[in-house]
Design a protein around this ligand. Structure first.
Ligand SMILES: [Zn+2]
Ligand SMILES: [Zn+2]
Length: 127
């Protein structure tokens, strides 16, 4: 429990509207995850680059919350489990109009074939 407490900081706002690394590298993402500890927004494990899980691994920030509209679940990359967490600093998600995948101008026509097979956190509905 102590690990989870330090891995979630409700005072930190999200880093922005899109995956930090994808925006820097001009690549596209499928869904977004927000680091519950530092606010880093990264792309999910179905996205080609998988920046959210890389962030979790490289910085030792194990818990992320979905940054998709309407999704409120938290995911622990270290244990591979969903968990419940507190209300985080808004905004709660990316802008709805952004859509997925995004950014639209960078999404290739065959984007579906470039997705990684969905891990458990992509197929579950959460709450
Ligand atoms: Zn990314
Ligand atoms: Zn982080």
């Amino acid at each position: 429990m102590n690990g989870e407490a330090t891995a979630i900081n409700p005072e930190v706002p999200p880093s922005g509207d899109g995956c930090v690394e994808c925006l820097a590298e001009s690549t596209w993402w499928w869904h977004l995850r927000r680091c519950a500890q530092c606010g880093h927004v990264g792309c999910c494990d179905s996205s080609p680059q998988q920046h959210a899980s890389k962030h979790a691994r490289e910085l030792g920030h194990p818990i992320a919350r979905s940054f998709e509209p309407g999704e409120r679940w938290f995911w622990n990359y270290a244990t591979g489990e969903f968990l419940r967490g507190p209300q985080l600093m808004p905004p709660d998600s990316r802008p709805v109009e952004q859509g997925a995948p995004a950014p639209k101008a960078l999404v290739p026509p065959d984007w579906r074939s470039q997705l990684h097979s969905p891990p458990p956190d992509e197929t579950a509905e959460g709450d």
